[in-house]
Write a protein that binds this ligand. Structure first.
Ligand code: MG
Length: 380
């Protein structure tokens, strides 16, 4: 038996929730393409992202700790895989389109600069008078402009729904070009899930890595409800475990609790809103995917804790600051001598301007490429 695209589309129609985004109802791509015999539109998006250069580079980009610091610490790639896994779980439980949610999650961090958030801040500073730098906007730029895979086309020519999913934190969303639909306030539920799964993943794994590196001590976490509730639950069930074994299992329980809370809360909100289609989801005044109020407040406290105790911990911050000084110097060197840029990049300079072209080039680098480039330009 061969499962054709038509069969997959009819299975989606028969098995997904009415408010799921079905691939057969996609608004399509900027450059129309003939349909594939054996893959739906979102399965094609998924493959395009996996096969992109920007995706492969995620392996050597910082999540929190400078890439290469520890072999089992998260990188931008392993973070992305955790977001995919959490997204898929929530989408499946809610009867939503797993292919779409996975593709959005895979692409959500493509635009991250080397050296994590410090790198992003440094680039934003360099671009202050030239439109700024934001990793979410950069993810869109990569898939729409920078990747080169198809003759005569810029970018990956992804579907409208995938691009919608990458427009995070917008106040207003634009309908697909050429459609007579009105602007709207929220993206598909699949996009909302990928967005929230990103948070669930980093809350839990940054805590995990922080403990693993001894930058955070479990005693500090007693004040946090998110930690304490799972910790007490684990201690009740396994009073004998401690140390790394205990921490790892508490983290596992935190993720589980977050995911369960989002599934139950979102299902209630979807039912209360009585949405019957993805168009109705888009017209809702507020997102339907979310945490319960209690967990939302607890997560806010966790986030504050991570900013205060991990992201700017001297051991993390000093390394990142040094890395950013390098980034500033390399940026300045390219501005002075654009011939140092790669040949493909120079080709975009006339249309995009010098600063944006340098920013695209630098933000696309992995941590180690930038360190090598620094050595090449400035010696040790
Ligand atoms: Mg992320």
């Amino acid at each position: 038996m061969i499962r054709t695209r038509e069969i997959m589309i009819s299975q989606e129609m028969a098995t997904l929730a009415p408010y799921a985004q079905k691939s057969g109802e996609s608004a399509g791509r900027r450059h129309p393409e003939p349909p594939h015999a054996f893959r739906t539109e979102y399965q094609r998006d998924y493959a395009r992202i996996i096969h992109s250069r920007a995706f492969r580079r995620l392996e050597y980009k910082t999540q929190v700790f400078l890439n290469g610091t520890g072999d089992h610490l998260r990188t931008r790639l392993t973070h992305t895989m955790e977001v995919v896994s959490i997204s898929r779980c929530i989408a499946r439980a809610l009867g939503l389109n797993e292919d779409l949610v996975e593709a959005i999650a895979l692409a959500h961090d493509l635009g991250h600069a080397p050296f994590g958030h410090s790198g992003e801040e440094a680039l934003n500073e360099q671009m202050r008078d030239h439109g700024g730098f934001d990793h979410n906007e950069q993810s869109l730029r990569i898939v729409e402009r920078i990747e080169k895979k198809y003759p005569h086309i810029d970018g990956l020519n992804l579907t409208f729904e995938l691009l919608e999913g990458l427009q995070k934190h917008r106040e207003i969303y634009q309908p697909p070009p050429g459609s007579d639909a009105l602007c709207y306030l929220n993206p598909s539920l699949e996009a909302q899930i990928a967005n929230l799964a990103d948070e669930i993943a980093y809350y839990s794994h940054d805590l995990d890595d922080g403990l693993d590196c001894h930058l955070i001590h479990p005693i500090q976490l007693e004040q946090l409800e998110v930690w304490q509730e799972s910790y007490e639950d684990v201690k009740r069930r396994y009073p004998e475990i401690e140390g790394r074994e205990l921490n790892a299992y508490v983290i596992r329980c935190i993720i589980d609790r977050e995911v369960e809370d989002v599934i139950v809360t979102s299902a209630q909100r979807i039912a209360a809103a009585k949405v019957q289609s993805v168009e109705e989801v888009r017209r809702q005044p507020a997102a339907l995917i979310g945490y319960s109020e209690r967990l939302c407040a607890a997560n806010r406290a966790l986030r504050t804790f991570l900013y205060a105790n991990l992201y700017y911990h001297p051991d993390v911050d000093q390394v990142n600051r040094r890395a950013c000084e390098m980034l500033h110097r390399v940026f300045a060197a390219y501005l002075e001598n654009p011939n140092l840029l790669g040949a493909n990049t120079v080709g975009r300079m006339e249309a995009d301007g010098l600063h944006r072209t340098v920013c695209d080039y630098l933000s696309g680098m992995t941590d180690r490429y930038l360190l090598d480039e620094y050595k090449r330009l400035f010696g040790a």
